[in-house]
Design a protein around this ligand. Sequence first.
Ligand SMILES: Cc1cc2nc3c(=O)[nH]c(=O)nc-3n(C[C@H](O)[C@H](O)[C@H](O)COP(=O)(O)O)c2cc1C
Length: 162
Amino acid sequence: MKLSVIYDSRTGNTEAAAEAIAEGMREVEGTEVRTFHMKEVDTAFVRESTGVVFGTPTYVAGPTADFYSWFEKDSKELGLAGKLGGAFATGQYIHGGEDIAINTILIHLMVKGMMTYSGGAACGKPVIHLGPVAISPDKEGFRDLFRIYGKRFAEQAAKIRV
Ligand SMILES: Cc1cc2nc3c(=O)[nH]c(=O)nc-3n(C[C@H](O)[C@H](O)[C@H](O)COP(=O)(O)O)c2cc1C
């Protein structure tokens, strides 16, 4: 099973979170994972992926304008409909709008016809509501949260793999 993680990142925090998610995904046997900055996506690999997770820095309490623009214009070739989708965000402040950024992405994914996954409270601790969030000054402290989310996402994707 292939899984992709696609992110925007200017100063590296969201990229580091994407790598931690990928590390967790690789804990599920038989999973091939690649991470891509949104400007360097391997379209063929994403098209073959069972699931795709998207990440953004929080800018003005939402996804970055670059992410919005990329999603509108450049995600059309990725064949997202029917795949499992998830979202994550990094931000500088608690209540800085990270949940809004994630929610916005999840809505985009639903419009594309993806099935969305958060892990949710059903998985127990760490409880992940809409998707994992890192407050960037302490990104190392959040690493495990992202790794666990990645593992949960891959376990779920394995269940729907055709
Ligand atoms: C233009 C701009 C707007 C930002 N707006 C917010 C915000 O509304 N809320 C917040 O918590 N952090 C905000 N930040 C901080 C970034 O979300 C945070 O540093 C993030 O981890 C950067 O991710 P990156 O290192 O992957 O680029 C903003 C940063 C910039 C440059």
